[in-house]
Every structure is written in C-alpha cells, then in structure tokens.
Ligand binder design. Structure first.
Ligand code: HEC
Ligand code: HEC
Length: 289
C-alpha cells in the first residue's frame, strides 16, 4: 500500500474509533441507569382511607393529563415514535394490565417513577406527581381500578440516539424522573378544593411545573423533541398585563390577548375542561409569582 494511503487510513480510524467508543460508552451509561434498582423506595401511607372516584377521574382526565400519554381509554398511546427520539408509548393502565399490581406498587409508579420491577420508568412525569397528596393518589388508583379492562400491548420503550445524547448530557433529566425526584419527600397536604391561592399552588405543582419549570418561568421543555415550542413564562413578568378573563380564554380557547394561538404540547383540550374553581385558584396563585 502507498505510504500516504496507509497513513491516511490510520488517521481516519482514530476519529471512527473514538466515535464507536463514544457510542458504546453512551449505551453503557444509559443501560446502567435504566437497570438501576430502586426497590428500597416504597410508599408509606395509611391503607384504611379509600379513594374518591370522582376526584380520581378529574385528575386522570382533566387536571393531570394522564390520558394525554396513556390514551383516552387508558390502554396506552403513542407519545413519540421517530428515529431520533425513539419509540415511547404510555403503558396500559386498565385492569387488564394493572390487576395484579398492589396499590402500593401503582402508587410508587405514579409518585416515584419506579416500575413494578424496581427499575426507573422513562418519560412518566412523576416529578410532578410526587406532589400529589395521599388522598389524590388514592383517588387516582381507585379510578384506575374502576375503568373497563382493555387488552392492548404497547411494547417496550426504546430510546433513540438524540434522546440518549440529551439524557447523557443532562439536557433531558426528566426523561428518567426517578433520578431527579427526592424520594424522601413526604406527602403534601392538599388544601380544600376552593378558589384560593393555596389550591392554585397545589394544582400548579402537580399539573404545570413539568413543562413550565419548577418556578413556572418557562423555557425549553425538558425531554421534549426539538420541534416543541418553549413553555411560556407564567410569572407576572409575562402575565402582568393579563386579567383573569384573558387567562381563562387562554386556558379554555387557547388564544392570548396579543392574538397568538397556543401550540401543542400546551394541553388546551384538557385545560379547556377545567372548571371555574380550578381556573380561579390557578389565576390567584399565578398573580403571586
Ligand atoms: C408525558 C407522558 C405521561 C403522562 C402525562 C403520564 N404518564 Fe404514566 N407513563 C408514561 C410512560 C411513557 C410510561 C412507561 C414508562 C416505561 O415503561 O419506562 C408510564 C408508566 C406509568 C405507570 C406504570 C405502568 C407500567 O405498566 O409500568 C403508571 C401506573 C402510570 N404511568 C400512571 C400514570 C398516571 C396515573 C398519570 C396521570 C396522573 C400518568 N401516568 C401520566 C408517560 C406518561
Ligand atoms: C405538556 C406541557 C405543558 C403543560 C403540562 C402545561 N403547559 Fe402551558 N404551555 C406549554 C407551552 C409549550 C406553551 C407555549 C405555547 C406556544 O408558545 O404556542 C404554553 C403556554 C401557556 C400559556 C400562555 C402564556 C403565553 O403568554 O404564552 C398559559 C397561560 C399556560 N401555558 C398555562 C398553563 C397552566 C396554568 C398549566 C397547568 C394547569 C399549563 N400551562 C400546563 C406547555 C404546557
């Protein structure tokens, strides 16, 4: 072989080699994180109380967007399926799938983002649901136990290369919520469901911070695909000039005072169903930010 060609090939093999090494390290890093055992985490609660079915239905279908990812019949739905981000489906939550799970196992999945096998769940926004009160968590489980069983297999989750790079570079920490949750956090107390700042704060902590950020200042949505718009700033810095009517119109109709139509993933089909108590409470709380 001509010397020049030979050295050229050696030179080329170095970047290709480091690329392969990089990809191997990436896959190893992620498979270790997804195989981590969280079995020592459990939910300590008062087993005697039973969940309120109506509140459970409201949380699952309106307030907390479970149907967005788990489907209208809760048998599972596609969240993303593309070569860059991978294949992510919300699992089947009907009794066909969860009948053999204990209440504590379901509660741990919702509140801590940990599957029945003790491994972390992907994309399931438990960093919001860790803020559920004990009574709300019970209500959700009671509701899930009451819905019709639907047999549907959604297949395992497979992360694509972009999702893996985002995860390893810390740009999408919420893809694996179990890693960022404070598993020791005690149950929050739920304020009475009334148009108060306290109830508004409770709703925002369990339903809005996942996209709008822990301080509701907005920004890129962690774990979201690159084509999603940034979540808006919900503090007075942005909403200062709004009045309550403008807020209610934005939540129910998806339009803003300056004439914008709010784009997905802002869940307008769900927030449109929020009642006056919920919207008044949220508005009163947002005015304090
Ligand atoms: C942003 C999408 C999203 C939302 C919203 C969401 N989930 Fe999930 N959930 C998922 C995904 C994805 C999985 C599967 C994760 C995996 O297999 O690693 C999952 C898994 C679960 C599991 C474990 C089931 C199993 O078979 O492993 C339960 C229970 C669950 N979700 C309940 C809920 C409830 C209740 C709500 C609403 C309060 C909710 N989820 C909202 C995406 C979501
Ligand atoms: C799944 C992610 C997601 C969730 C959950 C979510 N939002 Fe949003 N929200 C967005 C995105 C993205 C935008 C920006 C849409 C756009 O620019 O077209 C937005 C925009 C808004 C706006 C418009 C403000 C403006 O000037 O642009 C309001 C008001 C709002 N959200 C309130 C809420 C409240 C209150 C909650 C909780 C009950 C909530 N959102 C939950 C993603 C979300």
């Amino acid at each position: 072989m001509h010397k020049f060609v030979k050295w050229g090939l050696v030179g080329l093999s170095i970047p290709i080699g480091s690329l392969l090494l990089g990809a191997t390290w990436l896959n190893l890093n992620i498979s270790q994180r997804l195989a981590k055992d969280y079995n020592t985490t459990t939910v300590h609660w008062n087993h005697s109380e039973t969940g309120d079915l109506q509140i459970g239905e409201r949380i699952v279908r309106v307030r907390n967007g479970c149907i967005d990812c788990h489907g209208n019949n809760l048998a599972g739905a596609k969240i993303m399926d593309n070569p860059a981000m991978g294949k992510m489906y919300g699992s089947n939550l009907t009794p066909a799938s969860l009948k053999d799970w204990s209440d504590t196992e379901i509660a741990r999945a919702i509140r801590h983002g940990i599957g029945r096998d003790g491994k972390p769940l992907v994309l399931m926004p438990s960093h919001d649901y860790i803020n559920f009160s004990e009574s709300d968590l019970k209500a959700v489980i009671a509701y899930l136990r009451s819905i019709p069983a639907v047999t549907q297999d959604n297949g395992p989750i497979a992360l694509g290369p972009v999702a893996k790079v985002l995860l390893v570079t810390g740009k999408a920490a919420t893809l694996v919520p179990a890693e960022i949750i404070n598993h020791q956090q005690p149950f929050l107390n739920k304020p009475a469901e009334a148009p108060t700042i306290a109830f508004g704060k409770y709703l925002a902590q369990t339903a809005c911070i996942g996209c709008h950020g822990p301080e509701l200042k907005g920004g890129p949505i962690p774990g979201g695909p690159p084509d999603w718009p940034e979540a808006s700033n919900l503090t007075q810095q942005n909403l200062g000039p709004w009045n309550k009517e403008a807020f209610v119109t934005a939540m129910r109709k998806g339009t803003t005072p300056d004439g914008r139509t709010l784009r997905a993933p802002m869940p307008i089909p769900l927030t449109a169903k929020m009642d006056d108590t919920e919207l008044n409470a949220l508005w009163l709380y947002l005015k304090t930010l």
